[in-house]
Write a protein that binds this ligand. Structure first.
Ligand SMILES: Nc1ncnc2c1ncn2[C@@H]1O[C@H](COP(=O)(O)OP(=O)(O)OP(=O)(O)O)[C@@H](O)[C@H]1O
Ligand SMILES: [Mg+2]
Length: 235
């Protein structure tokens, strides 16, 4: 569904991606893992056309999109839930959700989508009239994910959705990801929670210093000696 070939990206004179190639298949969760500063966020931004200096090809659902502006890519159904919790603090939970449904396709499905996200996140339903800025960090992260779903993407990319959350909230985030996967939503997931991410993933890629250094099925990577030592804290 998503095919990235030879992606390179730079910030000014500093090149951070060096020929990144990866694929994410329809109906599967694909994981992208790697240490801080490896270029994971940059990879997602470059796919969305949000990094200026960039080369390589990006194909989404059979269409070359690397020259399209970000909003056109979103309209085609590729959507990113960015790192951090950028919800609108002075709007209610529900207003934030409605803002997620801004494409034509999403607006048509608005009521269905709202039912669906309230079912996935009952807590957001309880708090739908509350200002988003008064939610806890974990709840704001859920709201950011829910808003991504409101856009009705054909593929959802998520940048570290469990970052900085309490263990209970981390589990909740992964429960929702599992449910979305089981419902057939195609996802590309960047995570530092390597174990949980690979458990859910059909396929995983390891990015280090701007290069893919390892790839395999989720199970293969979970059993890989290097991954176990470097990422899962085993000796
Ligand atoms: N806007 C920017 N301007 C200049 N350099 C940047 C910018 N954004 C990222 N970088 C640099 O590019 C490199 C890759 O950053 P990126 O955020 O993609 O890594 P990451 O894998 O997402 O890391 P993390 O796990 O910390 O989120 C880093 O060295 C970072 O300092
Ligand atoms: Mg990042």
């Amino acid at each position: 569904m998503l095919r990235v070939e030879g992606l390179e990206a730079s910030y000014g004179r500093i090149q951070v991606l060096w020929g990144v190639s990866l694929r994410a298949r329809r109906g599967e969760l694909t994981a992208l893992i790697g240490p801080n500063g490896a270029g994971k966020t940059t990879t997602l931004l470059a796919i969305m056309g949000a990094v200026r200096e960039r080369s390589g090809s990006v194909e989404f659902m059979g269409r070359r999109v690397e020259r399209l502006p970000t909003h056109r890519i979103v309209e085609l159904g590729l959507c990113l839930v960015p790192e951090g919790r950028d919800v609108f603090p002075n709007m209610t939970v529900e207003e934030n959700l409605l803002l997620g449904a801004y494409t034509k396709r999403a607006r048509r499905k608005l009521h269905d989508s709202l039912d669906w996200v309230y079912q996935l996140f009952p807590l957001l339903k309880e708090r739908r009239g509350q200002m988003a800025g008064t939610l806890s960090g974990g709840e704001q992260q859920m709201l950011a994910m829910a808003r991504g779903i409101m856009a009705r993407p054909k593929m959802l990319m998520l940048d570290e959705p469990s970052l900085g959350l309490a263990p209970k909230m981390v589990l909740k985030v992964f429960e929702v990801l599992e449910e979305l996967r089981d419902e057939g939503l195609s996802m590309l997931l960047v995570e530092q929670n390597v174990y949980h991410a690979l458990e859910l993933a059909s396929r995983g890629y390891v990015l280090e210093r701007g290069r893919i250094v390892l790839e395999g099925s989720g199970d293969e990577l979970l059993e890989n000696g290097y991954i176990r030592g470097a990422y899962l804290g085993e000796v």
